[in-house]
Unconditional design. Sequence first.
Length: 304
Amino acid sequence: MAATPVQIFLEKSAPSTQNTGLPLMVISHKMFEVNACTGKMGKAVINAAEAAGLRVVPVSFGCEEESGQTFEICGKEFLVHGPSDRESVLTSVLDKYPNLIVVDYTVPTAVNGNAELYSKVGVPFVMGTTGGDRDLLYKTVQDSKNYAVISPQMGKQVVAFLAAMEIMAEQFPGAFSGYSLQVLESHQASKADASGTAKAVISCFNKLGVSFDMDEIQLIRDPQQQLEMVGVPEEHLAGHAFHMYHLTSPDQTVSFEFQHNVCGRSIYAEGTVDAVIFLAKKIEAKDPKRVYNMIDVLREGNMR
């Protein structure tokens, strides 16, 4: 795992008890660094989880230098363990909280190693981190028969848009054949990889007949460009997700534009908590399906 990740451990009490006490462990990159933007996702999930009545387990992982230290996050004292203790610590936490669920918001390079750890120990998880080898990620969970919600996009309304795009692609393949596509996405400077949401939308456009490679995505990470070219509010430079998809007909006479802009992290945190509650119910019901995505959560129809 990359240095200074933080995981959220949530315990999943019986769903019939209105989620009270459902234990959760949050793992979010750099959550213990006071000025780190990337740790804000983990903190947002902690706040949303506690507001929903879940129990955040005050244990997490960091770099070796932080091992044994305690940090206050959202009013809780978190004990940090180093990378070498991950498996033993996670096992002991699971023993203490048998209904544990982990929420992972780390970095792309940590995705597969983390999934292997969770699956080896047998702790269900919600993976909100983008990147990594996604085929291997799914295979790891399926082979271990672990439970997981895996989604590059946790914002429920954005997921609904993605679902609509997938329906259009399935029902009207080739509808935009010959059209050219421009894709621009802007995120906080700390986001290293291209947006998983943008990649999912582009895959739909590919099915609709548009020729576009993922490396053609225009990534905007420079704050000055974000202010002047994209129109990101200054107060959200450290946490935003702006996406624009522009289609143009071969003769340049017709254009379509799709856009979804998010400021802050609350939309993702709330969706993550819904995913945790959803997963807890599936585990309690011993559902034979083990790997889910946010569209499954949406289809359940009982989000808060």
